[in-house]
Design a protein around this ligand. Structure first.
Ligand code: ADP
Ligand code: MG
Length: 349
């Protein structure tokens, strides 16, 4: 039974039909993938390398809102979130598994769009989709992805191995994904109040892209190799700079000093933050979802990165007793707190 828009109900395909449809689109890239979809489990061969495994689960109306997130973008982003975690270990992702729970309100075409995004991400990053699970849900869409990667034992970079005096560095710019979300939320509210008004998203492509289609920093994995640079500690920026620097600091039994004026924030992020009466620095510190890499290096390695447009040095690791400080533009040190998203909104009311 097809509905009036020629969409196909999932019940027409059934679980096995859906898995068949998904598996037909899969291409395998890595020699480590001995067996992908089709048996009881995938089989991987990592030779002498160590294996990195990470999972993230995304729930509709908790982590994403299908009112303004296209399913293709959602699939793409769900993969990025996981690849970012593998890159944050200085490892190379090679496989993912994807488990989905779908309610009957989704059509076959909707799941196709989701997998178009998932498979596009796999193709771009040379990752193989090797398995998953498909089940029904009573309450919307759930996507759980597991990524598997490889690293030579000596190359894995942990969070808890920074040293006092190490430089704190970050890739790209911060706060953009948070401002993209604020913009989407604002336009949703306006639309709900006046359904006749079209959203005004023009001129904000950069920050919308940061929210809707983040890019895991696989390029940095290669750049570190080219520069012969091993960070002393690393984490990806999924929850905002405040939380991430504290993860490195607490893990390494150190504190950190971050210099506000050094924090890289894109002009588009600053402009929209000001328009919405938000402090751009707070967006970078507490926003999240930027999927950049935050890492520390030995000061002797500074020459390797100083001319690179990919990296910004934003601070230093200090004694544990000094805690976590943001040196503001006028030189005043302010204690860094790892505010969650809600606390951040409250402080702005
Ligand atoms: P089992 O009953 O043994 O769990 P399934 O019927 O769930 O097997 O899965 C059959 C094959 O299809 C397995 O290789 C599994 O990894 C793969 N698979 C199931 N669902 C998905 C999915 N949503 N995406 C990718 N592969 C899937
Ligand atoms: Mg199964």
């Amino acid at each position: 039974m097809s509905n009036k828009d020629n969409l196909t109900q999932l019940s027409e395909l059934g679980e096995f039909g859906l898995i068949q449809r998904i598996s037909e689109k899969i291409k395998l890239n890595n020699i480590s993938t001995l067996k992908g979809v089709g048996d009881d489990a995938a089989v991987l061969d990592y030779n002498k390398d160590q294996i990195i495994v990470t999972s993230d689960m995304l729930l509709e109306n908790v982590h994403f809102n299908l009112v303004y997130v296209p399913l293709k973008h959602l699939g793409y982003k769900a993969v990025m979130v996981n690849l970012s975690d593998v890159y944050a270990m200085n490892a190379k992702p090679e496989q993912i598994t994807v488990a989905i729970a779908v309610s009957s309100r989704f059509t076959v075409e909707a799941i196709d769009a989701l997998y178009d995004g998932i498979l596009l991400a796999c193709e771009k990053f040379g990752v193989d989709l090797v398995g998953g699970d498909t089940t029904s849900s009573q309450s919307g869409l759930i996507i759980s992805i597991t990524a598997i990667g490889r690293a030579n034992k000596n190359e894995i970079v942990y969070r808890n191995t920074a040293s006092k005096g190490d430089l704190v560095c970050v890739t790209g710019d911060l706060g953009g994904a948070y401002m993209g979300l604020q913009l989407l939320e604002r336009e949703k509210e306006i639309f709900n109040a006046n359904p006749g008004i079209q959203p005004s998203l023009d001129g904000n492509d950069y920050i919308l892209g940061r929210q809707l289609k983040p890019i895991a920093r696989g390029d940095i994995y290669e750049i570190f190799k080219d520069l012969k640079l091993m960070p002393t500690a690393m984490i990806d920026v999924s929850d905002g700079l405040s939380s991430e620097i504290m993860h490195i600091g607490f893990g390494s039994k150190l504190g950190a000093k971050i210099v506000e004026e050094k924090i890289p924030i894109a002009p588009e992020t600053i402009n929209l933050a000001k328009e919405m009466n938000l402090d751009p620095t707070v967006c970078a510190m507490s926003g999240g979802e930027d999927y950049e890499l935050l890492f520390t290096i030995n000061p002797d390695d500074y020459d390797k990165i100083k001319n690179s447009p990919d990296f910004t040095v934003i601070g230093t690791m200090v004694d544990e007793a000094e805690g976590f400080l943001l040196i503001s533009r006028d030189g005043t040190p302010v204690g860094i707190e790892s505010q969650g998203y809600n606390a951040f909104l409250k402080s702005k009311e």
